[in-house]
Design a protein. Structure first.
Length: 166
């Protein structure tokens, strides 16, 4: 039996180098899995498309204008989510990822809830997101949290766009 820690959602940066390393690892896993699911698998993070590789190499620069939330279990980073800076009363959540070993513990729901609270505190009226249509579990999670499918703002095929009022 393993010792389970309470999961805490914190804003990043500010928690030290181990948190950045954990965030980097989660972002790499997210992008590598996404590339594989799109049928464009790459061997490692160094081979990701430039814009995704930049997030992995320097999340501080890539998300300089955004809020990054991380879920911590003890000293381990077990989840992440990015909330973009508001534009026109809207923000977007992206890069929601939970470490596979930590799934099913409410971490993703906690991250999305923290993002919605942040949006409300910032005067945002609508939070939106896009998710690949094959990620049925993620779509079900977003629907449980009040998001609904809306007209796409993204031209990529197989992308489902969702939003909810705050």
């Amino acid at each position: 039996m393993t010792d389970q820690h309470e999961v805490v959602i914190v804003r990043w940066p500010g928690q030290g180098p181990s948190v950045q390393d954990g965030l980097t690892a989660l972002l790499a896993a997210y992008h590598l899995q996404t590339q594989a699911e799109k049928g464009e698998a790459v061997a490692d993070a160094d081979r990701l498309p430039d814009r995704y590789r930049a997030e992995v190499l320097d999340p501080r620069a890539a998300f300089a204008d955004d809020l990054v939330l991380v879920a911590l279990s003890g000293d381990s980073v077990v989840g992440c989510l990015v909330v973009t800076a508001p534009v026109g009363g809207r923000c977007e959540v992206k890069r929601l990822w939970t470490a596979p070993a930590s799934r099913g513990q409410g971490i993703a729901s906690g991250l999305v809830s923290a993002a919605l609270e942040h949006a409300a505190d910032g005067g945002v009226s609508t939070v939106r997101l896009s998710v690949w249509q094959w990620r049925a579990g993620a779509i079900a999670l977003y629907e449980r949290l009040g998001f609904t499918v809306t007209e796409s703002w993204d031209e990529r095929d197989q992308l489902v766009c969702m939003e909810r009022a705050v």
